[in-house]
Design a protein around this ligand. Structure first.
Ligand code: CAA
Length: 262
């Protein structure tokens, strides 16, 4: 792969978008390689993924403006679909994904971060949907996920004004969960990922599915979604191990239950 780095350390995988000369902008090749990387994740061993950008300046500076500049209407729609398909695959990956936003997250960069479960960022991060200033709408899910993440009014303001915001404002409006000095960002992302990876993997997956699927339907259907996924957990060895450890005599309890993902 030319533009994606993939590393696995125990149960945590890190995907790095690696096109620093273009501030990690997403061209078709980057999207294809990201798609292949997501398909290749070994879900039997990896329990949490971190997504970040190469270098200390940019997470992802958007979709590739050079590539988009000559698109026709049909090609524009197809390019939007290409990005949307990959981002949806990321969003529906069975295991959690943490976006470690280490700089610019503009346009497609902000959009890919919103396809992750959790966003944390460095102090130099900058978020925004500058598309209206380029003569287009956000095209990789920004009109949909920004409204769902920060609320309709704030999303409309950011998208219509095409104004970029710094890390502190992104934190204030709930676009990111935490802001760290640049040098601490990956360490913090790994710490969070390992904490997630220590919990019962099937339960964590079911939590993700319950939250994501439940948000797409009304509350009566949503609680049924939860009931089914809750019930499924009782067929797992991990539920027996987790509850068994809680109920074990004090001298037989372990601090970290060795969940087996089954
Ligand atoms: N597409 C293609 N190339 C990009 C790029 C992008 N989105 N963003 C940056 N680059 C390239 C620049 O062209 C430049 O390349 P050269 O060295 O070959 O000239 C290189 O990355 C470095 O960029 P700058 O010199 O511009 O760096 P800077 O520090 O002065 O500015 C920046 C950084 C503010 C992020 C600026 O690069 C910028 O505004 N980039 C575009 C951001 C943007 O508008 N993103 C949204 C794209 S549209 C989109 O994403 C649509 C969608 O929803 C699908």
């Amino acid at each position: 792969m030319d533009f994606i780095l993939y590393e696995v350390d125990g149960a945590v995988a890190t995907i790095t978008i690696n096109r620093p000369k273009a501030l990690n902008a997403l061209n078709s090749q980057v999207l294809d390689e990201l798609d292949q990387t997501l398909d290749a994740i070994d879900l039997d061993t990896v329990r949490c993924v971190i997504l970040t950008g190469a270098g200390d300046k940019s997470f992802v500076a958007g979709a590739d403006i050079g590539e988009m500049s000559t698109l026709t209407k049909a090609e524009g729609e197809a390019f939007g679909k290409k990005g949307n398909d990959v981002f949806r695959k990321l969003e529906t990956l069975p295991i959690p994904v943490i976006a470690a936003v280490n700089g610019f997250a503009l346009g497609g960069g902000c959009e890919i971060s919103m396809s992750c479960d959790i966003r944390i960022c460095s102090e130099n991060a900058m978020f925004g949907q500058p598309e209206a200033g380029l003569g287009i709408t956000p095209g990789f899910g920004g009109t949909q996920r920004l409204a769902r993440t920060v609320g309709v009014g704030m999303a409309k303001q950011l998208i219509y004004t095409a104004r970029n915001i710094k890390a502190d404002e992104a934190y204030r409006i709930g676009l990111v969960n935490a802001v760290y000095p640049q040098e601490e960002l990956m360490e913090q992302a790994k710490k969070m990922a390992s904490t997630i990876a220590k919990n019962a993997p099937i339960a964590v997956r079911n939590c993700k599915k319950a939250i994501n699927d439940g948000l797409q339907v009304d509350i009566d259907q949503a609680i049924v979604v939860e009931e089914k996924l809750f019930g499924d957990c009782f067929e797992t060895e991990d539920q027996k191990a987790g509850m068994g450890n809680f109920l074990a005599p004090k001298d037989q309890k372990v601090k970290v239950v060795p969940f087996k993902n089954c």
